[in-house]
Design a protein around this ligand. Structure first.
Ligand code: FDA
Length: 287
């Protein structure tokens, strides 16, 4: 990993590596630990059509390299539309995302669209609808902190719809999003209830014990069984919990980021939790 050497082991806690091969190796280790995966080629917003195409090609290469692992539906990739041309125009993002969906389908995997800042939500959902015409398993992340998300969850709770519910990772204005942990947690539960009561496939992406317990209660209440929803967590975060839920029979999908553009992702993970900053500082001190 490039950058100054002391950060290497810290970055490696959250990022699987820079190369396709390192990503593949991480996926193989997770598969052997009975965990499903969704792999993210790191990189955000580009306004350069060649970069957008390069990112799409990186996904195609990655998916091809995963073929021998025979992951089936335990394999998935996560795509940020801004990295494949959304800031240039929707048609380009759609074309690149279609190429990724086709490559995923050819190895039995699916695709979930990450959700970025609130200005992109309408465009992302419109592209999702078009992708689902040919690739109905394509999923999308919905951010509970946005005021609009309960309605989006309702629209996306039909049969066959895969929705990853997250709290939301961007700094959003009070005009569009709940502020503060308690309000966001309550919004998460409201969205979760809609998805669990619906007919789709909820992907409950959180490391929060309370949200996980509430998911289990809602599964009971709405007569859901263990295979009709799943948990998702980030690579390197609460690995003990990932393994214990998988051991209890749940599908647990680990979001595996890789690539050389790791800085933004890494900084978001540090910012989420003061203890991570302490971990980072200890590593800098050589401990
Ligand atoms: P919360 O932040 O309240 O944390 C609950 C507990 O989890 C903490 O007390 C701690 O124990 C643990 N924890 C949380 N974050 C940690 C960290 N960084 N290091 C160590 N422990 C941590 N966001 C987005 O806007 N768009 C997206 O597309 C996605 N995609 C996505 C996929 C997957 C699989 C996951 C798990 C998350 C995302 N996110 C996302 C990020 C999400 O919005 C959110 O920022 C993080 O998941 C943190 O929120 P929690 O639900 O974990 O709760």
């Amino acid at each position: 990993m490039s950058g100054f050497p002391l950060t290497k082991k810290v970055v490696e806690r959250f990022v699987a590596g820079e190369s396709t091969e390192e990503a593949r190796n991480a996926v193989e280790r997770l598969r052997d630990a009975k965990l499903a995966v969704t792999v993210d080629h790191l990189g955000e917003e580009t306004r350069d059509a060649r970069d957008a195409e390069k990112t799409a090609n990186a996904y195609v290469t990655l998916l091809e390299s995963l073929r021998p692992l025979r992951l089936g539906d335990r394999g998935e990739v996560s795509v940020k539309l801004s990295a494949v041309g959304q800031r240039i125009d929707d048609a380009m993002a759609l074309e690149n995302a279609r190429a990724i969906c086709a490559a995923a389908a050819s190895v039995g995997a699916s695709v979930t669209l990450d959700m970025e800042d609130h200005t992109t939500v309408d465009s992302t959902l419109a592209i999702l609808r078009k992708l689902r015409e040919d690739h109905p398993s394509t999923g999308v992340a919905i951010q509970a902190y946005l005021f609009r998300s309960e309605e989006d969850c309702r629209d996306l709770s039909a049969e066959g719809s895969r929705v990853r519910l997250v709290k939301g990772a961007y700094r959003e204005p009070a005009s569009v999003a709940h502020q503060g942990k308690s309000a966001v947690d309550k919004a998460y539960v409201r969205c979760l209830r809609i998805l669990m009561a619906g007919k789709g496939y909820p992907m409950v992406a959180t490391h929060d014990d309370r949200m996980i317990s509430i998911t289990e209660l809602l599964a009971d209440r709405f007569g859901r069984s263990i295979g009709d929803h799943e948990f998702q967590m980030l690579y390197g975060i609460r690995t003990d919990l990932q393994e214990s839920l998988a051991g209890a029979g749940h599908t647990v999908r680990v979001y595996v980021p890789y690539g050389d553009d790791w800085y933004g992702y890494f900084m978001r993970r540090l910012a989420e939790r003061p203890a991570n900053v302490a971990f980072f500082l200890r590593a800098l001190g050589g401990k």
